[in-house]
Ligand binder design. Structure first.
Ligand code: NAP
Length: 386
């Protein structure tokens, strides 16, 4: 029986994780759950899995939850500190990191420093402070298991092979919901349309990131740190069907890939029970039914965000954190109908161009870059919406 905490339990990854827990109650005990402000859903989850500790980042939502759960013995914490505290629950063996955005950095790092194994879905902390997170994981003997389907595929394709034999990592990208759109169509696309992903059902931020290809950019940075490989050896291949989840090429030109129907429960379960594979009752991949798999090069003209991520990696230091924060601000502004789709890369680029990068020596450097970039990007959004 593994004891787990789920950070971001009310989200898409969080609910998929709880679905695995429901299917294998003898394998897992959930002792902590956290969310941002959704006290309705968190209450329903608390009554279902009976965790000892929960936290809501939003104080008012936490107060409501305390009243609603007065009949239960659950300990309800609040604020960002409360979330970070639940991440370090002494009884927890593994923490599922599934908060969206940079808000996950502090609690995920707290979990690493408390020696918890990590199932990492929340890619933004790795983008903001990947070297720091890996250094802390090494120091505290923590393994970080990837949940992102691409990184899980790479992780699986690397198993049993020598790192020095790797020639390149190839991350596949669905291309997102707007892959076939012209630049003119992209200019006028609505948030509702951009949220219609063809293959994956995910939270709204990652779905817009998928539409701009920034999601793939964030994943390139994540892969650089997770697998300790230079960015020059990480490539992206657009694969519309999302069946091949990623590939590793070795120096003898063998290519090893991991395939499956797009369902996050497969990589989540692998991260939860590694090295065991769980008997999931899900539909099997039938390649004769799929018939044809297609591949394209990414189009950097229509989708410039991927290139911005490589640029940020090349500069290094605080630049990836800056890019990440500007992206979060721009995506939120797009979702609120404040700016247009093609303003997103422009805001990220302008923020990066104004940034004087510094080395990241500790958490504060990453958080300060995040704060600065949010302020800068918000001023750019403001200028566009006046
Ligand atoms: N969805 C996928 O299939 C998928 C695949 C690969 C990687 N990922 C990555 O996994 C992460 C989560 O994605 P998602 O799609 O599950 O997102 P999501 O559905 O939007 O869920 C986000 C979760 O984070 C919580 N949260 C939001 N803001 C918070 C804050 N300031 N403090 C604490 N908690 C906060 C939310 O709580 P509320 O419900 O209360 O707002 C919710 O539980 C992202 O980094 C994403 O890139 C997702």
């Amino acid at each position: 029986m593994k004891t787990i905490v789920i950070l971001g339990s009310t989200g898409s990854i969080g609910t998929n994780t709880l679905d695995i827990v429901d299917r294998f109650p003898q394998d897992f005990r959930v002792i902590g759950l956290t969310a941002g402000s959704n006290d309705d859903k968190l209450e329903e989850q608390i009554r279902r899995v009976r965790p000892a500790f929960v936290a809501l980042a939003n104080e008012a939502a936490a107060d409501r939850l305390r009243q609603r759960c007065a009949d239960l013995s659950v300990h309800i914490l609040s604020g960002n500190d409360g979330v970070a505290q639940v991440a370090q629950t002494p009884e927890a063996e593994l923490v599922v990191s599934a908060i969206v955005g940079g808000a996950g950095l502090v609690p995920t790092l707290a979990a690493i420093r408390a020696g918890k194994q990590i199932a990492l879905a929340n890619k933004e902390p790795m983008v903001m402070a990947g070297a720091l997170m890996q250094a802390e994981a090494t120091k505290h003997h923590v393994r970080i298991f990837p949940v992102d389907s691409e990184h899980s595929a790479i992780f699986q394709s690397l198993e049993g092979h020598r790192r020095e034999d790797v020639k390149r990592l190839i991350l596949t990208a669905s291309g997102g919901p707007l892959w076939d759109f012209t630049r003119e169509q992209l200019q006028d696309v609505s948030p509702e349309r951009a949220l219609q992903h063809p293959n994956w059902k995910m939270g709204s931020k990652i779905t817009i990131d998928s539409a701009t290809l920034m999601n793939k950019g964030l994943e390139v940075v994540e892969a650089r740190w997770l697998f300790d490989i230079p960015d020059a050896q990480i490539e992206v291949l657009v694969h519309r069907e999302s069946i091949i989840h990623s590939l590793v090429e070795y120096r003898d030109r063998s290519v090893i890939a991991q395939l499956g129907l797009p369902d996050m429960r497969t990589p989540i379960s692998y991260a939860l029970r590694y090295p065991e594979r769980m008997p999931l009752e899900l539909p099997s991949l039938d390649l004769t039914e799929i018939g044809k798999l297609t591949f394209f090069k990414p189009d950097h003209d229509r989708f410039p965000c991927l290139r911005l991520a490589y640029d940020a990696l090349e500069v290094g230091g605080t630049m990836p954190a800056t890019m990440n924060a500007a992206n979060e601000v721009a995506v939120e502004a797009f979702l609120q109908n404040g700016i247009r789709f093609l303003d997103i890369p422009d805001i990220i680029r302008s923020t990066m161009e104004s940034h004087a990068p510094r080395q990241i020596d500790g958490l504060d450097d990453a958080l300060e870059a995040d704060r600065w970039a949010r302020e800068k990007a918000e001023s750019l959004v403001h200028a566009l919406t006046q």
